[in-house]
Ligand binder design. Structure first.
Ligand code: NDP
Length: 244
């Protein structure tokens, strides 16, 4: 897929991996719609606009189906098309099982898994009409391996992997594709907040002996959009952490 003339929505793109994904698509020539629950800061918009292509910001909460409906409607009103959606918005609320509240379990499932479903669900009808469209869902290696203190997060990300395969099968005949990315330990605010000891322990388990860069996840999203013969896959970007 040529990305010039394409419109790409990246949910949760006010910072971190989502912002890097938005920048990568803008650099590749696409029109990019940024999204978070609050309006995106002007400096952040500028980082995406620097490549000279159209950039928009539409606030929406992915946990709220009506808010998502409004987001998709606004994109079609403004641009008349939507070609790629990167479902990146995600949260963590870690805790050991015996201390994890139902509210914390539910909040993570609602944002990461139900949020992804909401966006796909609302975009399906117009994308079916277009007979084209590409979903890229941000999973995690934790959805493949599980992790102590992350039962809610692991369940949400494993759910995304199953959702991705089901969507891929269901939409293929209409010309749509759906894939997931499972990043490992990426150098973000989240990983920078870990203690030096914890960071060292993690590095011993990564064959490439370094954290991943947000740009390396972003490149994978662009690749999955461009390659039109890949669907239903989960691509790990993890320095070899989870190789079989
Ligand atoms: P950040 O916390 O830095 O960014 C999350 C983004 O999601 C923000 O823009 C946030 O904006 C937005 N967001 C959160 N909740 C909602 C919501 N309900 N509706 C719309 N937007 C929302 O996360 P990272 O960049 O670290 O991670 C991005 C994705 O990659 C997540 O899905 C995460 O699970 C996944 N991932 C990250 C890894 C890492 O090492 N960092 C590893 C593996 C996977 P706001 O709060 O303003 O709404």
């Amino acid at each position: 897929m040529e990305l010039q003339e394409k419109v790409v929505l990246v949910t949760g793109s006010s910072r971190g991996i989502g912002l890097a994904v938005a920048q990568a698509f803008a650099q590749a020539g696409a029109t990019v719609v940024l999204n978070a629950r609050k309006p995106i800061a002007v400096e952040v918009m500028d980082q995406v606009a620097q490549y000279g292509h159209r950039v928009a910001d539409i606030s929406a909460d992915v946990t709220d189906a009506d808010s998502v409906k409004n987001l998709i409607t606004k994109i079609y009103d403004q641009f008349g098309q939507l070609d790629v959606i990167v479902n990146n918005a995600g949260i963590v609320k870690d805790g050991l099982l015996n201390r994890m509240s139902t509210a914390d379990f539910d909040a993570v499932i609602q944002t990461n898994l139900v949020g992804t479903f909401n966006v796909i669900r609302q975009a399906l009808r117009p994308m079916y009409k277009q007979r084209s469209g590409c979903f890229i869902n941000m999973a995690s290696v934790i959805g493949l391996t599980g992790n102590i203190g992350q039962a809610n997060y692991a369940a949400s990300k494993a759910g995304i992997i199953g959702l991705t395969k089901s969507v891929a099968k269901e939409v293929a005949l209409r010309g749509l594709r759906c894939n997931a990315i499972a990043p490992g330990m990426i150098d973000t605010q989240m990983t920078q907040a870990l203690s030096p000891k914890m960071q060292e322990e993690i590095l011993t388990q990564i064959p490439l002996k370094r954290l991943g860069q947000i740009q390396e996840v972003a490149q994978t999203a662009v690749f999955l959009a461009q390659n039109e013969y890949i669907t239903g896959q989960t691509i790990t970007v993890d320095g070899g952490l989870t190789m079989q």
